[in-house]
Ligand binder design. Sequence first.
Ligand SMILES: [Zn+2]
Length: 247
Amino acid sequence: MQLQLQTWQEVEAYLQTSRGIILPIGSTEQHGPNGLIGTDAICAEVIARGVGEAAAALVAPTITVGMAQHHLGFAGSMTLRPSTLIAVLKDMVESLVRHGFERFYFLNGHGGNIATLTAAFSEIYATRSLGAASNLPSIKCRLKNWWQNQEVHDLAKGLYGNAEGSHATPSEVSVTQFAYPEAIKSALLEPPVAPWGDFADAADYRRKFPDGRIGSNPGLATPEAGRRLYDAAVAAITKDYRSWVHA
Ligand SMILES: [Zn+2]
């Protein structure tokens, strides 16, 4: 159930039955020669909507721009600096707290968001922990990366082995191909499996990973694999959401 497709009365009625909401968060950044700029936001959004249907949970609008400073060497990439993203997340959560939401389940599609999301949770909790605001309602935030559960991990490993890599992975590209078959791209990938390594800023990243990929061969992506990964992710995350929101 998408928040944006409800009326305010419907949201009030929902709050009588649940205090939880799923917030998809992704990124707008290069994903190599055949991956879409919106890959991380698309994966988070479609999986969140699947979980929302399965768990009868509200799904907030997707946060489509994340912390992706290291991708700015490639055209089309956008970033919020960590401090900006923390401010955005705080305001979104506090808006929903005002209406009675208490459980915030961030379904994340981008590894680069993890540190900032975790810091944002600490900022939100700190406001409550510091004396003056101790009368505020007690809330909980959870970070769930869609690819980090046993089911998706095992499936990706079986499909792609070491060619999964860590950026512009065949798994995430497959999920976007399943979601948007009309936008499937093909490109020559040389070498087929990209190099591994660490990085600092955007110039450093571009120097080390000239076509944008890290450790992956997204040429192996297919929409059929995308459907299997989507199904596995929705099933695993629905279970996780249900047990967490009712705890
Ligand atoms: Zn990605």
